[in-house]
Design a protein around this ligand. Structure first.
Ligand SMILES: [Zn+2]
Length: 134
């Protein structure tokens, strides 16, 4: 099983078949949002009272330490740590824009892009540039 960890506090944010985030929408309302631990699966679970619109920018936070998960690569991308069965760590970046399907799993120089909008953050497709951003 892949574990997901907060890059700040290192604690587990995957519980069962969900990764749990605290998010804040453009109206500054906060809520819990559950995402699938399967990369490329963009289903999400939230309380119906929390409204989000396609194209809206959400801010993702660790539910445990409250750290912002915004990445240093792009403000639209959040970052979490994936730890696989072998204990190997990689970085997973995903879009904080509602409805935008772009996920990148990176380890060293390798980048595995998933999602129909993966081409949007093109610096991931150029090895040299990507290294610069890391
Ligand atoms: Zn944390």
């Amino acid at each position: 099983m892949n574990d997901f960890l907060c890059p700040q506090c290192g604690e587990h944010i995957r519980v069962g078949e969900n990764i749990i985030f605290k998010v804040r929408n453009s109206k500054k309302q906060s809520a819990l949002l559950l995402l699938s631990p399967q990369i490329g699966n963009y289903t999400s679970i939230k309380h119906p009272s929390f409204e989000i619109k396609t194209g809206e920018y959400l801010e993702f936070y660790c539910p445990l330490c409250n750290a912002s998960l915004i990445s240093d690569i792009h403000k639209n991308l959040a970052k979490v740590i994936l730890r696989d069965e072998t204990g190997t760590h990689s970085d997973v970046y995903f879009s904080q824009i509602v409805g935008e399907q772009s996920t990148y799993q990176t380890k060293g120089d390798s980048v595995k892009a998933s999602g129909s909008d993966a081409g949007k953050y093109t610096h991931f497709r150029v090895g040299e540039k990507f290294k610069k951003y890391l």
